[in-house]
Design a protein around this ligand. Structure first.
Ligand SMILES: [Zn+2]
Length: 459
């Protein structure tokens, strides 16, 4: 009953906020979910042509760039034709912001947003109102598919302060209604002190959320805190992880501590919720009605089972079309279709971000995720961060229970060298805490300050 009331209140709130119409997009997503492979391809193709033609006709940057290349999107254009077009990098977006905006939209019909800026500076971009509404609807379609419905109470562990409701000030009937409709109890995870986590634990105990939602590294910190302090359990049905890479050990920990099923999502501020896990949890399905995903290895499509950079063409944002946006995320193309029967494309796994790679002295590349997997056998290590200032050395920062056992330092040096090479100088630092990125609230496992000696493939 309470869920239905909250769900109805959410409908009223979205109408009040000018976001009506999201249910139409949710319906469109549900239809696509049940479609055959041919229908999925046909719809993605139709949306791509529509978007490319709109970009060509109304966006100066694309018109000029594509004219120079002799490319004009037409009725027979396919996804394969994209390969001849340049990638849209963060630098281009930053430098060409005005020329990337569609002339078909009045400025007051566009919303500005920023990337989280984990690495380098923030990048601004625009999104039209219709895109915002469509994203909300499609995201609800995805969440419902994973068992999270509007009105379900949600505990949110989040790193972007602007996304969270302000908790200060007196509650008016209007803010009270908004809180009821949002069904959300949140904690800002950039810094979570013992006091913050105790307070949040108390709030969640009385709120009784059905869903936990947030950054996996922050949820891990909270889960370990509950274990360490032997606090009363918080039991949820579903746990949604986004914004950071989810490790399998975290999935097991969350299921053990919170009792719920874990779903990984691939979401970004630029493209919304682009990918999601189904009930088989064997990779992420891509919402082909929302984005077209290419996985590229040295500029050409990666083979099945191969890792490469994820490049996204956004099919919903007409205010500022993002065609072949180089996301900096790395992913592996699935070897075979998903056993769940859904025809949406499948990415087998995410391999972190391009900024999460380190270099060996010989210039070869190491995916940072390999290092974090190394320390799984050491239960005393709560948190590890790798900072590379130059290619002959690596600083490893560790938060370890009671400083860890006496041989921990040696073990960390040996295990790090097994990945980085025998000659690398490994410096181990035991610290009380490792701060998160001040802008995004994300935990950065790898910080690389050295420039790559040569462009190389991820090993
Ligand atoms: Zn599936």
């Amino acid at each position: 009953m309470s869920r239905l009331l909250r769900s109805a209140a959410y409908g009223v709130l979205s109408w009040h906020d000018g976001l009506t119409g999201w249910r139409t997009s949710r319906r469109a997503f549900r239809t696509l979910l049940a479609a055959s492979p041919d229908e999925v391809t046909e719809q993605a193709q139709r949306k791509l042509i529509q978007l490319l033609q709109h970009a060509y006709q109304t966006v100066p940057y694309y018109r000029e760039t594509w004219n120079r290349l002799g490319f004009a999107p037409g009725a027979t254009t396919t996804a394969a034709d994209l390969i001849g077009l340049p990638l849209l990098t963060r630098d281009v977006i930053q430098q060409q912001l005005a020329r990337l905006t569609s002339e078909a939209f009045a400025p007051d019909h566009l919303d500005i947003d920023c990337t989280s800026g984990t690495t380098g500076s923030r990048t601004s971009f625009y999104r039209d109102r219709g895109c915002r509404v469509a994203r909300i609807g499609r995201q609800w379609g995805i969440l419902e598919h994973c068992g999270y419905r509007p009105g379900d109470r949600r505990g949110m562990i989040w790193g972007v302060a602007d996304d969270l409701p302000r908790r200060r000030g007196a509650l008016t009937p209007r803010t009270r209604f908004r809180r009821f409709a949002r069904a959300n109890e949140s904690i800002y995870c950039r810094v979570m002190s013992r006091h913050d986590m105790l307070d949040y634990h108390g709030r969640l105990r009385s709120f009784r959320p059905a869903v936990l939602y947030g950054y996996p590294n922050a949820i891990e910190q909270f889960a370990r805190f509950i274990q360490r302090e032997r606090l009363a359990p918080i039991e949820v049905k579903r746990i949604f992880c986004t914004a950071e890479q989810l490790h399998e050990t975290q999935r097991e920990l969350f299921q053990e501590v919170f009792g719920g099923v874990v779903f990984n999502l691939y979401c970004s501020r630029e493209h919304g919720c682009a990918g999601f896990e189904c009930r088989t949890h064997r990779g992420l399905h891509i919402d082909a009605g929302s984005v077209l995903v290419e996985v590229l290895n040295n500029g050409v499509p990666a083979a099945r089972g191969e890792s490469g950079e994820i490049v996204i063409t956004d099919l919903l944002n007409y205010g500022m079309p993002l065609v072949r946006h180089a996301t900096g995320d790395l992913g592996t193309v699935a070897l075979e279709p998903c056993a769940c029967g859904c025809s949406l494309p499948l990415i087998a796994r995410f391999d972190g971000r391009e900024s999460d790679i380190l270099y060996r002295p010989d210039g070869s590349v190491v995916a940072g995720v390999l290092l974090s997997h190394l320390f799984m056998g050491h239960s005393s290590i709560h948190l590890a961060q790798f900072i590379q200032e130059d290619i002959t050395s690596l600083d490893v920062y560790l938060v370890a229970e009671g400083g860890g056992p006496p041989d921990l330092r040696n073990a960390v040096v040996q295990e790090s060298r097994s990945v980085m090479g025998p000659d690398v100088d490994i410096r181990v630092h035991f610290v009380a805490d490792i701060p998160r990125n001040p802008r995004s609230g994300k935990f950065q496992q790898v910080v690389r300050k050295v420039k790559h000696p040569a462009r190389a493939r991820v090993s």
